[in-house]
Design a protein. Structure first.
Length: 273
């Protein structure tokens, strides 16, 4: 129950930050995002299960809010610099919770580079200095926070961690190239059977080469489209495919039974399974 309550707080906090993002960009749309967030919180199963996927949400929302204030608001320079420092620190923290959480930042970085080629001299001259200063503070705070968290992670003694069981990043790349691009039981068990990091990395490299050779260039491109379709089909991130999140016994009669059966049937319909 403690972890459920923490999960509930963090997911709700993410929704609050999302609403603030919209308020910064366009206050006229604030009612829209409140309705969207309310429906999402009422129906989406993520709110039920404490997991890194949900605990990282407010961190992602906060660094997105920081970005919007720094680059797309009319707040004063001091507030922008302060939010840049917060954003950098939160970005590093989100990486330690779930590395894939920094993907939105990578997308933002690439888009901002493209905007440098857009002809808008007035805006560039007006905001160039404060954006430059804010960006520098953002980068510095990101580096300092990462270094601090890395040292804290390596030196903590509260929990005994078996480093040999750490999954290397290449394992997730390899696993993402099998089946539908999601969780793969075979790869996961193979990692558990290999005691050293070197063996895990070698196995993953071998699997990547085998899968690329089997699919070929055009086959791999086709696979990526298929994987993207699976990722974005219904927003449930495979709750009825991976694991047993929805397999618990439900009530046999009454309102609870109706709601449980309705939710499961709807997810099956939307997912196509």
């Amino acid at each position: 129950m403690l972890f459920d309550n923490i999960n509930l707080f963090l997911v709700d906090l993410s929704a609050v930050f999302n609403a603030l993002i919209v308020a910064v960009l366009d206050r006229r749309k604030i009612s829209n995002v409140l309705y969207i967030q309310s429906i999402w919180l009422a129906l989406f199963p993520m709110i039920l299960v404490p997991y890194s996927d949900t605990w990282v949400l407010p961190f992602v929302s906060l660094y997105l809010l920081s970005y919007c204030i720094v680059f797309h608001s009319k707040f004063n320079g001091i507030l922008r610099v302060f939010l840049a420092i917060i954003g950098g620190s939160v970005l590093s923290a989100s990486y330690f919770i779930k590395p894939s959480a920094i993907i939105p930042f990578i997308a933002i970085f690439l888009v901002e580079i493209l905007y440098l080629f857009k002809k808008d001299d007035r805006r560039k001259k007006k905001y160039a200095f404060i954006i430059l200063i804010s960006s520098l503070f953002f980068i510095v705070s990101t580096g300092i926070t990462y270094r601090y968290l890395q040292n804290a992670n390596n030196s903590e003694t509260y929990m005994k961690i078996d480093r040999s069981r750490t999954m290397p990043a290449i394992h997730f790349i390899s696993m993402g190239m099998a089946g539908d691009g999601g969780y793969n039981k075979e790869d996961n068990l193979a990692m558990a059977a290999r005691p050293s990091k070197k063996e895990k990395v070698e196995y993953s490299k071998r699997k990547i080469n085998q899968r690329l050779a089997r699919m070929g260039i055009f086959g791999y491109i086709k696979f990526l489209f298929h994987k993207q379709n699976k990722n974005s089909s219904d927003g449930s991130f495979a709750w009825l495919i991976e694991g047993h999140f929805m397999s618990a016994k439900v009530a046999s009669k009454g309102l609870k039974a109706f709601c449980s059966k309705f939710c499961i049937s709807e997810w099956q319909t939307f997912s196509g399974f």
